[in-house]
Write a protein that binds this ligand. Structure first.
Ligand code: NAD
Ligand code: TYD
Length: 370
């Protein structure tokens, strides 16, 4: 039986991965470790915790004694490392937590894995998957070729720099200590359970509440949108069949600029309200509740400093070596995602209560219309 540690399993991608892993590999023992920061939520995991399909540990990956103890108790054969501080704007406002968790936390986990697998003599059979981002490669112009695994590292935000540093540490552990690690660098994820501070959920929720839709700068920045379930399938393919020491880029093949993404969210909501009269009574402040377009809420505001212009992923290595191609079309995936937020109001209300309001004041209070 394989024993799997998933770090950051109460975050957006982590929750989706826990569900995908549980469904795809029902025999594996799954242990989830998460520090339960503002970004975490265990509601979707509660049934799995209750019926003991997974073991959930609230803990910090920087806690070396805890990590050592977990490796001893559970004899992990596989690690999927997702725990991180993940929001670029927060890294600009307060970078320290990013260095602590993303760099020192990753180091602590690498050391615990190496020590445990060395003393058990299982280095050859084990796998450590480090989940990283395309943001380590920096920014592209519109005509540049997409990022490949050979693209140079040029991080532009404290978040990207901290993930780049963690990637370098993972590589160093492979080269120096023969740790059986693999790295994935993926593009922007979207889908269910994404924290409302990120572009797509933020715009859906603001539109439902009749609040302005703040597009940074002129909205021409391009992201390659990857549905989280495609991403999770790719992660499982890499940890199962990827070559140790290799990096695999994962992209959705869905490049869109922010103006178009926000416009599509507005159009999707407008159609949903036209088709379902109950939505107007649930969300009376939404322009679509009175037959107007959500597009009226779009507001171009002060840009993000160091805002990367374009990310794009060349995912041919993943397809060629492992036969995995991300396939969820963005328009369809976005439609499902909008519907998920309409159907899970309790979830996002819980995520946007308390300290979330302080973040909105801090990140948007100083931005003026441009
Ligand atoms: P998220 O912010 O939604 O979740 C991160 C989780 O990590 C949270 O549950 C949080 O509580 C936990 N965590 C934070 N610090 C911790 C610590 N010190 N110890 C234990 N747990 C801690 O992030 P996400 O979007 O799910 O991203 C998951 C991973 O994927 C991250 O490593 C991120 O860099 C990477 N990634 C994300 C995207 C994306 O579009 N979301 C794209 C590329 C790569
Ligand atoms: P985000 O979801 O923060 O992801 P990342 O910065 O990791 O790409 O942002 C996606 C894009 O949307 C990015 O170009 C910044 C932009 N954006 C806005 O225009 N307004 C917003 O309120 C947010 C949160 C993001």
């Amino acid at each position: 039986m394989r024993s799997v540690l998933i770090t950051g399993g109460a975050g957006f991608i982590g929750q989706n991965l826990v569900h995908a892993w549980r469904a795809g590999q029902p025999i594996d023992r799954l242990v989830v470790v998460d520090a339960m920061t503002y970004a975490a939520n265990v509601r979707s995991l509660e049934p799995l915790i209750a019926d003991r399909s997974i073991l959930f540990v609230k803990g910090d990956i920087k806690d070396a004694a805890l990590m050592r103890r977990l490796f001893e108790e559970h004899e992990f054969t596989h690690v999927a490392h997702l725990a991180a501080e993940s929001h670029v704007d927060r890294s600009i406002a307060d970078p320290e937590a990013f260095l602590q968790t993303n760099v020192l936390g990753t180091f602590t986990l690498l050391r615990a894995a190496l020590d445990a697998w060395r003393s058990a003599g299982t280095l050859d059979q084990s796998r450590f998957l480090h989940v990283s981002t395309d943001e380590v490669y920096g920014s592209l112009q519109l005509t540049d070729p997409a990022f490949s695994e050979a693209s140079p590292y040029r991080p532009n935000s404290p978040y990207a720099a901290s993930k780049a540093a963690s990637d370098h540490l993972v590589r160093a552990y492979v080269e120096t200590y023969r740790l059986p690690a693999l790295i994935t660098n993926c593009s922007n994820n979207y889908g269910s359970y994404q924290h409302p501070e990120k572009l797509i959920p933020l715009m859906i929720i603001h539109a439902l509440e009749g609040q302005s839709l703040p597009i940074y700068g002129d909205g021409s920045n391009v992201r390659d949108w990857l549905h989280v379930s495609d991403h999770c399938a790719a992660l499982m393919a890499v940890i199962e069949r990827g070559r140790v020491g290799e990096t695999y880029n994962v992209g959705g093949g869905n490049e869109r600029n922010n103006r178009d993404v926000v416009g599509l969210i507005c159009d999707t909501l407008d159609r949903a309200f036209a088709a379902d009269a109950n939505l107007a009574s649930r969300f009376p402040a939404c322009p679509a509740a009175s037959g107007n377009s959500c597009r009226a809420l779009i507001n171009f505001v002060t840009d993000r400093p160091g805002h990367d212009h374009r990310y794009a992923i060349d995912a041919r290595k993943l397809a060629g070596e492992l036969g995995y191609r991300c396939s969820i079309d963005f328009d369809a995936g976005l439609g499902q995602t909008v519907q998920w937020y309409l159907d899970h109001e309790d979830w996002w209300r819980e995520m946007t209560s308390g300290a979330y309001k302080d973040w909105i004041d801090k990140n948007y209070g100083f931005r003026i219309a441009v």
